[in-house]
Design a protein around this ligand. Structure first.
Ligand code: UDX
Length: 446
């Protein structure tokens, strides 16, 4: 691994969404980066520049930085531990059945790094310093555990610091979110670690909020939960709109102009999904409970989110009466557009409920069909939206992919058995669809 005139080399452990984007972007910022994953097949493919998932712009950066020699891949944590001065831990922290975060991957990696460094120190007699950075979303106090684990295993003669540098990347815009963030949050224990981060992010034009490790850990959970809460709030308002005949899109617009509220994350629909919000909200509720605070506000946000999925089935019944034997087309399977990710996608719960009712499902998504096939191998997957809607009596839009807005809805009406649409994202032109003759149902605006 070259170091050249760089101050240090950076290791990233975990080549998932967070890890790989972080590694690629750190290389783009001019650092030498070694990215590791224990999935050998994934690493082999990355070395052939085959991406493990779809993220706009990622492939180009990986290819460019890999060819320049700034970004390398390995399946060995030992190699990262030996060669890299700064090590970002970006492994998964999935939910356990009780909602708390499963931190065993973080623990295993910490132990692996500490053991590798013990062996390395035996061979190399010089002083070794390592900065270990939590990049995965972890509950507050995880840093303390990482430190204790390291201290227990680490031999004398290795100096190290622990830091928390949570990510705020959204899938689909992760590269931009990394390179042009609203802020960078860094929790450090001392000036030495702070200086390293100042260097790492020197090219980023955004405020860096330096704080202690615990506060940085909390900022991440508190931010994600606040955003989920904001979406659940507007979804609750959408229910009021439905009951009184108001339009949630107009209500959200009117609210959003108030800078204290803001326009973002005020989109009503079938609720939040993805790899972060559901997991983080559950983990934060659990953590709060463990430390003696019943976070009922967040529990209610979860409840409202669940209701939004049920609403689609209720609307389908209002349009079709019985759902048994009815052909229904689903446009959009990913949890949001511009990603092939279906983790906690509302589409999964909605398809499950429709199958229970006995409906026949045809589906189409520009990117996520291969992933969805693993969960529902027996529903129909179509080549395009037109094939999908053919002979169906209800179209349900679940993901706001741009191509769906450009569809020829006159043609769609001709292809469908009966012209019923549920727009789960309030994404389509309601007036136009009504004028064509569709029975249109949005969320909080009929
Ligand atoms: C989120 C956070 O935004 C990001 O900061 C964090 O690092 C990871 O989790 P992501 O899960 O990629 O990012 O998607 P995001 O764009 O935040 O959307 C999450 C979910 O909320 C999606 O299901 C989306 O459809 C839904 N959503 C979002 C709404 O229903 N309404 C909105 O107004 C915004």
């Amino acid at each position: 691994m070259k170091k050249g005139n760089k101050m240090f080399t950076i290791g990233v452990i975990g080549a998932g969404h967070v890890g790989l984007v972080t590694a690629a972007c750190l290389a783009k910022l001019g650092h030498y980066v070694l990215c590791a994953d224990n999935d050998e097949d994934k690493i082999k493919k990355l070395k052939k520049l085959v991406m493990p998932f779809y993220e706009p712009g990622l492939e180009e950066i990986v290819e460019h930085q890999y060819k320049k020699g700034n970004l390398l891949f390995t399946d060995s944590v030992k190699e990262v531990s030996e060669k890299c001065d700064v090590i970002f831990i970006a492994v998964g922290t999935p939910s356990t059945p009780d909602g708390s975060a499963d931190l065993s991957y973080v623990e295993n990696v910490t132990v692996e790094i500490a053991r590798a460094l013990c062996a390395f120190k035996e061979r190399k007699k010089e002083n070794i310093y390592r900065l270990i950075v939590e990049k995965s979303t972890v509950p507050v106090l995880t840093g303390q555990w990482v430190k204790k684990t390291f201290q227990l295993i680490g031999p004398t003669g290795i100096e190290f610091d622990i830091a928390a540098n949570p990510e705020f990347l959204r899938e689909g815009s992760a590269i931009k979110d990394f390179l042009e963030p609203d802020r960078v949050v860094v929790g450090v224990e001392n000036e030495r670690a702070r200086k390293i981060f100042e260097h790492i992010y020197s090219k980023i034009k955004a405020p860096i909020v330096f704080t202690d490790v615990k506060s940085a850990e909390l900022i991440k959970h508190a931010s994600n939960c606040f955003l989920a809460l904001k979406i659940s709030y507007i979804n609750a308002i959408s229910q009021i709109c439905e009951r009184v005949g108001a339009d949630i899109e107009k209500v959200a617009e009117g609210m959003g102009y108030d800078r204290r509220i803001g326009k973002d994350f005020l989109k009503a629909g079938i609720g939040w999904g993805g790899s972060c919000f559901p997991k983080d909200v559950a983990a934060f509720i659990k953590l709060a409970e463990e430390i003696g605070y019943p976070f009922n506000l967040l529990k209610e946000a979860q409840q409202i989110n669940k209701q939004q999925r049920l609403l689609v089935i209720k609307k389908a019944k209002e349009l079709l009466w019985n759902l048994k034997g009815k052909k229904i087309s689903i446009l959009g399977l990913s949890f949001k557009p511009n990603t092939d990710d279906i983790r906690e996608s509302p589409a999964i719960e909605i398809i499950e409920m429709l199958l229970k009712e006995g409906s026949l499902i045809k589906s189409y998504d520009p990117k996520a069909m291969d992933n969805m096939r693993r969960i529902f191998p027996d529903i129909e997957y179509c080549n395009d939206a037109y094939e999908c809607v053919k002979d169906t009596s209800l179209l349900i839009l679940l993901t706001e992919w741009e191509e769906f807005r450009k569809l020829d809805f006159e043609k769609i009406k001709r292809l469908m058995e009966s012209p019923n649409i549920i727009d789960g994202r309030n994404y389509l032109d309601k007036e136009k669809l009504k004028s064509i003759g569709f029975n249109y149902r949005g969320i909080g605006r009929n």
